[in-house]
Design a protein around this ligand. Structure first.
Ligand code: SF4
Length: 314
């Protein structure tokens, strides 16, 4: 039986293809909110922390796939540092114009880097799991699941926790509840670097009914490279802002949100999008910024509380 390799990713890379190549996917971002690391040389803490952990071999992986085009330029540089430390590294590019043909050519290069398709049935299994993810997303918006339970599952769809069978068990272990939702919140931007953010928001009366990036993890799929390219070419974070905003307008309306929290990360280019989001999304909006991982800081809690009060007054 061929050896399963651990393939790290720095942002969304179709896990369907990695599993189809017989390997396990590992999203390096998923360990960061719980990390106690304070990197010495950093802009964005997300990329700086994984760069340091990988270069110092604090996490064991076989290869790294860096999303270099269409997502994060800090990752492009920090990914090259990891490559220079000797880890086999592949740079993956999304098309800004949404060209499915271009994305297909990128997926074919990635397939070759991974050594070819060995488990063609895996994308179909992932499709079934993503259908369960869409159910979780829907139940959370109906108040049948807590924001944090739903977020914990949805954020793991980038790598399916490295094991499809265990992940299926994790999904089925989530218990339904009955939450009275007073303030329906959309959380847009990159996910908060604070591990307790959803719990904190919930305790302050803000129920997150939409997590922008994790929703991208569950809504794209495909059972072969041709289909995967035609679906993932609409990954909003890699497309022009007007494309992403149109998608957000539709989702926010569908979920009847009362307000939007825009999370931004220190030294991330997505911060520059804040004024465009504010002028195009017609909802009360709170912008917060994080830097290092850990608990949600008191100052942000106070701002969330003031935002809830403002929503309740309006
Ligand atoms: S927060 Fe911004 S800079 Fe940091 S990894 Fe994400 S996209 Fe890149």
């Amino acid at each position: 039986m061929p050896v399963q390799k651990k393939i790290a990713i720095t942002a969304l890379v179709p896990p369907e293809l990695i599993y189809a190549c017989g390997d396990e996917t590992f999203d390096v971002n998923n360990v960061i909110p719980e990390s106690k690391k304070y990197p010495r040389n950093k802009l964005c803490a997300w990329t700086a922390i994984w760069q340091e952990m990988l270069s110092k071999r604090e996490i064991n992986i076989d290869s790294l796939i860096v999303v270099a085009g269409g997502d994060c330029h800090n990752a492009l540089v920090d990914g090259q540092k990891v490559a220079m430390s000797g880890i086999p590294t592949h740079f993956f590019f999304y098309p800004f114009d949404g060209s499915a043909e271009y994305l297909e050519s990128q997926l074919l290069k990635l397939r070759d880097f991974l050594g070819g398709i060995k488990s063609p049935e895996k994308p179909g299994e992932i499709r079934e799991l993503k259908d369960l993810g869409l159910e979780i997303d829907k139940k959370r918006a109906q108040g049948k699941l807590s924001s944090s339970d739903a977020f914990r599952i949805l954020i793991s769809f980038s790598d399916l926790a490295g094991d499809l069978d265990k992940f299926r068990e994790t999904i089925s272990s989530v218990r339904e509840t009955d939450i009275e939702i007073n303030n329906r919140i959309a959380l847009i931007g990159v996910p908060p670097i604070y591990h307790d953010f959803h719990d904190v928001s919930q305790s302050l009366g803000l129920h997150v009914v939409f997590d922008e990036l994790p929703y991208e993890f569950i809504r794209h799929s495909g059972t072969d490279i041709h289909q995967i390219a035609r679906d993932y070419c609409n990954y909003t974070f890699a497309r022009p802002l007007d494309f992403r905003i149109k998608f957000l307008q539709k989702e926010l309306q569908k979920r009847k949100v009362d307000g939007v929290v825009h999370y931004t990360q220190f030294a991330c280019h997505h911060m520059l999008e804040d004024d465009i989001m504010r002028s195009n999304l017609d909802y009360p909006m709170l912008t917060i910024q994080g830097d290092l991982p850990g608990n949600t800081p008191e100052q942000i809690k106070l701002r969330l509380e003031a935002f809830r009060e403002a929503l309740e007054r309006s």
